[in-house]
Design a protein around this ligand. Sequence first.
Ligand SMILES: Cc1cc2nc3c(=O)[nH]c(=O)nc-3n(C[C@H](O)[C@H](O)[C@H](O)COP(=O)(O)OP(=O)(O)OC[C@H]3O[C@@H](n4cnc5c(N)ncnc54)[C@H](O)[C@@H]3O)c2cc1C
Length: 403
Amino acid sequence: MAESPDSRSSTSARPTAPNRGDRPVYVIGGGPGGLAVAYALRARGIRAVVLERSGRVGDSWRRHYDRLRLHTTRRLSALPGLPMPRRFGRWPARDDVVRYLEKYAEHHRLEIVTGVEVSRVERTPDGTGWLLHATGGRELTGAAVVVATGFNHTPRVPDWPGRDTYTGEFLHACEYRDAKPFAGRDVLVVGVGNTGAEIAVDLVEGGASRVRLAVRTPPHIVRRSTAGWPAQYSGVLVRRLPVGLVDRLCRVQARVALPDLSARGLPRPGSGLYSRVLEGAIPVQDVGLVDAVRTGAVEVVAAVEGFEEGEVVLADGDRIGPDAIVAATGYVRGLEGLVGGLGVLDDRGRPVVHGARTPSGAPGLYFTGFTTPISGTLRELALDAQRIARAVSRAGGVSRLPA
Ligand SMILES: Cc1cc2nc3c(=O)[nH]c(=O)nc-3n(C[C@H](O)[C@H](O)[C@H](O)COP(=O)(O)OP(=O)(O)OC[C@H]3O[C@@H](n4cnc5c(N)ncnc54)[C@H](O)[C@@H]3O)c2cc1C
């Protein structure tokens, strides 16, 4: 069961006994990834304790913008052991996802301690387990640890020169809720991932007087579904095909399905869709951007280079003076403090392994949710949860629940 922030000193958060077999698996993060792993472990009779820094499960989803719906289907977004209800429709809304995550924790009677942030993970001195340093000086010892702190962990804003000269409103996309505060205003959205694209459309529909979208690299855009066939289904089908072949198929598909927006500043990308996915760039699911750009409701401008005397300087030399800027410039993983000393991160700060694999120098340390699969992240989180539980079970040395 999810516990309230007041339950911080609950028994499940106290250091466990030194006997190796008594140690639970600690899962860091109570988002979809962490909850799915906790369930999969529990289903194998392994005690898993989820440590969540916020007051409730699904915290990331509670903070997303209002109009957000899943762009992956209800069926392929459900976590193991509990389908999403049919009434959510094909593309569940943000609030339904939050309700589902709450229900998931309750339904599976997961052991969750909220209000506990883990700041560092290290090997126990005897090398047989993992020591977690957490809020309030807690030290918790686990047989294994699953890091599920989220791909979209820490908002990233580029270090633009002269930004302090800008006196208009400036916010990261993670602070954007709806278009109301921007009605009648001239807004620049920076970055054309799914979030930037959708916020730009939301601003147009919400009555902003002018909406510009700053684009550095033209994105791949796909229809969320074509003749009732969701783009995600294609992602699942092609994920094991050769990358070059998928790139070619997608290029043909895009030419058939989408208008050429080059004249509006959004040319078709030079590199292939799947190649870009493997570099971490998820295609933009069109929920109105194509029409908005085609009709000029959203104006595409060059990338932001910096600020001068309160104006935004663009890569093509133009200077513009919007009333507000929404930086849809992504997130960083923020794993350095947590596991940075263990040699388990690559040069981009991402874990070197995921799913069932644990780093060679760090047996029993697992990661989930740090990839961007073409087949959908929630689907991958669900699959990884089962793989991780199987691997933990095989490795042994964990606290078992009474039968
Ligand atoms: C706007 C948006 C839309 C998306 N839409 C889709 C979609 O349609 N389909 C899809 O498949 N995927 C989608 N994703 C991607 C992905 O599925 C979600 O980001 C999903 O929430 C990832 O789950 P997670 O558990 O890995 O991370 P999160 O949901 O981010 O959960 C991480 C949790 O860990 C907690 N935490 C972080 N650090 C610590 C710490 N040190 N100690 C304790 N707790 C900690 C956080 O508070 C949080 O609750 C979307 C992502 C975004 C940003």
